[in-house]
Write a protein that binds this ligand. Structure first.
Ligand code: SF4
Length: 697
């Protein structure tokens, strides 16, 4: 008789750069094969729900195009001609080239370059141990969080907020500047629960009628980069209509009377001119916030990817401080929980051997750095060698033509450790095959919730794939880099880091699957005071001194407004560039990951740009037609998608497709700028002025 054999289930965590960091349950078919991936029901934030792309993760793990063996370039740079090489020979070659670069221009000539392709501490951050031990150039990670985190911390004093699970207990959930349906589905789980169980309203603020906006009770559609104006007008209405909680304001905030006076002139009519949103919609938004005090502001990253992004984030975060929503369960604001975890990562990162005199190079300015821009190199020597893990800068970094020029340098040696032949791997000298999350051990800290999770090795890797930790240790041995972390296993590093940080042991984490680090209610809601010395929320932050605990050197060229406002430093459309372009995230992709899986590809189909039908009619563009977008940085060809959910004058290119998916091999980041966002760096991916033409023009 046939018996149904249920596959073994392995507990894990999603490794991707998504705030949810879902707790996963992975079907293990055999020692080398996984099946379906599901969300853990018992995890209170994941609540059994994960996105479709990770549910079908077997498509990635068992993809026929995975890199399985080390490769050495044999043709011209970028020709894509590679030949197999043994691991030993590959590592010897990389070490030899790094030592040569070091001898020629000093240790800073080598730049370990990484990012969030995995969010695991061991496999993402271990490259820093090699960097510190060898005094290689430092990596100032700006591409994602800096404007958003700075803007949030400017008000509260630290990166933490009301428990995200409290969304389910709100009467009003604001989802601001994050397309949660596409990028962090769990926000929708908790928000829609509040709607179902409590009759809560969901307000969504965004720049096009994306999947999340379509689920809103009130969709607030604004022009890109105008969130500060919207926030000011909402606060204007709250003060005007007697909805400000003056007891709270006097006790918990720094300059409420100045703010009230400041927003007196910033009424909905004023904001409507800037945002393009009807004044009546802004009034309705303010009415809901004023009447439903249990209001939760879930503030995302999207609206911070603008030259005024930090200021916009701060402005939005000021609203619950005006109403005193922080007092109530289900009220307040949340962006990220980074400051609740207090990790000591010295074993993993080797921060104990860091030399502070070594320069930090701005991740977002990799193009300028590789092409020898003196300011980007901080007046010091060139970068002659790169070790790249967990990122794909030839596709994802801004100002792509300059990035490509940099990678084309004959005197630049590039080693890429990757899972697939990405745009960056294609221009490497040595390509090393990397493991995926189910094939190595790691530990994760959530951003959008409050968990520490374990992601143990569940299956053997295919071919000759090795983990980042294995590669970093093997290189350290060849390069003479010394640190105790190089002699530890992945599991030792996890155990040691947990113990050093006061979070117990690996054995305990393994037994419990995750640690719920949520602070108590009063702490999470800042009822004992905000995280500044005087305990006050800052409507008037001292921007250069915002306690954003990262290395930074960016000084704004124009003074930042002292109170929340519309800071007019965005790339406004002009006669030559009549459109504003944002490169918002596609549902099937996660940055440049998942662009190889059949399900994601069949969903996303091809690179497109959404155009308002009236704009398209004016330019004689029909749906599906190939068009060209351009600005002073370059040109991109892709297909038009007529959609009345984008405003006139706004273009949305959901991304991030590989460069090779575009007609000329020029990806969407050809159009984005690498100038640094105030006050502490970042890339303005949604803040681009462009022209739009048909191919006939
Ligand atoms: S929603 Fe985000 S964290 Fe959850 S499985 Fe999908 S990508 Fe991973």
């Amino acid at each position: 008789m046939n018996q149904l054999v249920r596959p073994k289930i392995g507990a894990s965590a999603c490794p991707h750069d998504c705030p949810s960091t879902c707790a996963l349950e992975v079907e293990i078919i055999d020692g080398r094969t996984i099946g379906r991936v599901r969300g853990a029901e018992e995890n209170a934030y994941t609540a059994g729900v994960i996105c479709a792309k990770v549910a079908r993760y077997a498509e990635r793990v068992h993809h026929p195009d995975r890199l399985l063996h080390p490769l050495r370039r044999v043709g011209a740079k970028g020709s894509g001609e590679f030949a197999p090489i043994s691991w030993d020979d590959a590592l010897d070659l990389v070490a030899e080239q790094f030592l040569r670069a070091e001898q020629k221009h000093g240790s800073e000539a080598v730049w370990p370059y990484y990012y969030a392709g995995t969010m695991g501490f061991v496999q993402r951050d271990g490259i820093n141990r090699l960097r510190h031990a060898k005094k290689y150039s430092g990596f100032f990670s700006t591409i994602c969080v800096n404007p958003a985190w700075t803007g949030f911390i400017a008000g509260t004093g630290k990166l933490a907020g009301a428990d995200p699970r409290e969304m389910a207990k709100s009467d009003l959930v604001m989802i601001w500047g994050t397309n949660a349906v596409n990028t962090q589905v769990n926000v929708m789980t908790h928000a829609t629960r509040a709607r179902k169980e409590r009759g809560a309203k969901i307000v969504v603020v965004d720049i096009y009628m994306n999947s999340t906006m379509q689920q809103a009770d009130l969709a607030v559609l604004i022009r890109p980069g105008t969130d500060g104006a919207l926030a000011c007008a909402v606060m204007h209405c709250l003060f005007r209509d007697g909805k400000a909680d003056w007891d709270y304001l006097e006790r918990y905030t720094d300059a409420p009377r100045e703010l009230e006076e400041h927003v007196r002139t910033r009424d909905p009519a004023w904001a409507s001119q800037i945002t393009g949103c009807p004044a009546a919609t802004i009034e309705e938004f303010a009415r809901l916030v004023g009447e439903r005090k249990r209001a939760y502001f879930r503030l995302g990253y999207g609206f911070s990817r603008s030259r005024n992004g930090a200021i916009n984030m701060h402005a939005a975060s000021c609203i619950p401080a005006v109403t005193g929503a922080w007092r109530l369960e289900g009220g307040g604001a949340f962006h990220n929980n980074g400051d609740i975890f207090h990790f000591d990562k010295s074993l993993i990162e080797g921060s104990d051997v860091r030399d502070p005199s070594i320069r930090m190079l701005d991740q977002s300015r990799i193009g300028a750095i590789l092409t020898g821009d003196k300011e980007a190199l901080q007046g010091r020597g060139p970068v002659d060698a790169l070790l790249i893990q967990n990122t794909n800068p030839v596709s994802v970094a801004p100002d792509q033509e300059v990035v490509k020029r940099g990678f084309a340098r004959d005197d630049l040696f590039v080693c890429v450790h990757e899972q697939f032949m990405t745009d960056t791997a294609k221009v490497a000298d040595v390509v090393l095959p990397a493991t995926m999350f189910v094939e190595h051990n790691d530990m994760y800290q959530a951003g959008g919730s409050q968990y520490i999770l374990l992601g143990p090795k569940l299956i053997e890797p295919p071919g000759e794939c090795r983990s980042n930790h294995e590669v970093n240790c093997a290189l350290a041995q060849r390069l003479g880099a010394k640190h105790p972390g190089f002699a530890m296993t992945e599991r030792d590093l996890i155990d040691g880091t947990l113990q050093k940080s006061g979070w117990g042991t690996l054995a305990e984490l393994e037994a419990n699957r995750w640690i719920d680090c949520q602070p108590d209610f009063a702490t999470a809601h800042y009822l004992n005071g905000f995280a500044y010395a005087d305990g006050k929320f800052r409507f008037k932050p001292d921007w250069p001194k915002v306690p954003f605990g990262r290395w930074h050197r960016n000084v704004p060229s124009r003074p930042i407004p002292s109170l929340p406002d519309h800071w007019d430093v965005i790339e406004e459309a002009d006669a030559e560039h009549p459109f504003r372009l944002a490169t918002s995230p596609a549902r099937g992709f996660l940055n440049s990951t998942f662009t190889e899986t059949p399900t994601s590809l069949s969903r996303e189909q091809r690179p497109t740009v959404m155009i308002n039908p009236d704009d398209a009619a004016t330019l004689g563009i029909s749906d599906g037609e190939m068009v060209t977008l351009g600005n002073r940085r370059g040109e991109v060809r892709l297909h038009a998608k007529l959609f009345d959910g984008v405003r006139r004058g706004v273009l949305i290119a959901e991304s991030l497709w590989p460069n090779s998916a575009y007609a000329d091999g020029r990806g969407i980041n050809t159009l984005t700028g690498a100038d640094s966002i105030a006050p502490f760096g970042g890339a303005a991916f949604h803040d681009n002025k462009v022209w739009l033409k048909t191919l006939a023009n």
